[in-house]
Design a protein around this ligand. Structure first.
Ligand SMILES: [Fe+2]
Ligand SMILES: [Fe+2]
Length: 266
């Protein structure tokens, strides 16, 4: 029984408790004033990135729902109910992220719509098709399979935590942080910085789940090709250098965990 008293679910619970912040408290007024004065090309690139996060964070908040129940039905080295609790804490973060990006859509980008759903619908036209496919088709399909018990936790965290958070979000956040480093949009910069810190523990948590869920060899063999596709999803709003750096980081993460041999970056 001692081996099941793994410390890492408690470790992530403590991180989640320490990292609480309020998406409503971030001041976006200076950003709203500065936005119209930014060059067109920069506004276009930032609109693509921020509208994509608006759609994607809402999707991950919703689609994380079945993961806790799936953890309880998986044989893990750690206490399954504690792992399920950490999924609940992660979902709380994702709801906060969705709220932040909706505020940015409403107050800075001034996307039309009286509700978050209407603003997301307005923002979809700026989102690259490959991002829509991942978050509006592939992720809901996988979450439905997970909820029905037709796929396992390792498939779930493999897509959600390793590919969507570990590559797509990581690359998009890096592109935003690089673009906003000059302080042109201070509230957006503060918010994205906080989101990126949250995502760091989510990815670490997903990696621990993946290790304990014991993914199949076929699943692991497919990961490099799926990671290459995920890193290309942003198109030209994320530079090839950033995409390569993020894909290499994902490879290092999985190989350091002993799950794969390091692969060549896409
Ligand atoms: Fe998030
Ligand atoms: Fe996350």
């Amino acid at each position: 029984m001692l081996a099941r008293r793994s410390f890492w679910p408690s470790f992530f619970s403590r991180i989640a408790a320490r990292r609480q912040w309020d998406a409503k408290a971030i001041d976006l007024a200076p950003d709203a004033r500065a936005w119209p004065g930014l060059p067109d090309a920069r506004r276009h690139r930032l609109t693509t990135l921020l509208a994509s996060f608006c759609v994607a964070e809402d999707a991950v908040a919703e689609q994380l729902a079945p993961f806790g129940a799936a953890a309880k039905q998986t044989s893990l080295a750690s206490e399954e109910s504690l792992v399920a609790w950490v999924f609940f804490l992660q979902r709380r973060d994702e709801v906060r992220h969705a709220l932040l990006f909706d505020r940015i859509a409403a107050e800075v980008l001034e996307l039309p719509g009286a509700t978050p759903a209407e603003r997301r619908a307005a923002g979809r036209v700026y989102v690259p098709p490959a991002i829509l496919e991942l978050f509006e088709v592939r992720l809901p399909e996988l979450a439905a399979e997970l909820a029905a018990g037709r796929t396992g936790l390792s498939e779930g965290v493999g897509l959600y935590h390793m590919l969507l958070e570990g590559i797509v979000f990581d690359a998009g956040q890096r592109a935003l942080l690089d673009d906003l480093a000059d302080g042109a949009l201070p509230g957006v910069l503060e918010g994205v910085t906080r989101v990126a810190l949250d995502e760091r523990w989510h990815i670490g948590f997903g990696l621990r789940c993946l290790i304990e869920a014991q993914p199949s060899a076929a699943f692991l063999d497919d990961l490099p090709a799926r990671a290459a596709d995920a890193s290309a999803a942003w198109g030209d709003v994320v530079s090839p250098a950033t995409r390569e750096r993020i894909a290499r980081r994902c490879s290092r993460r999985l190989s350091a965990a002993g799950l794969i041999e390091a692969w060549a970056a896409a």
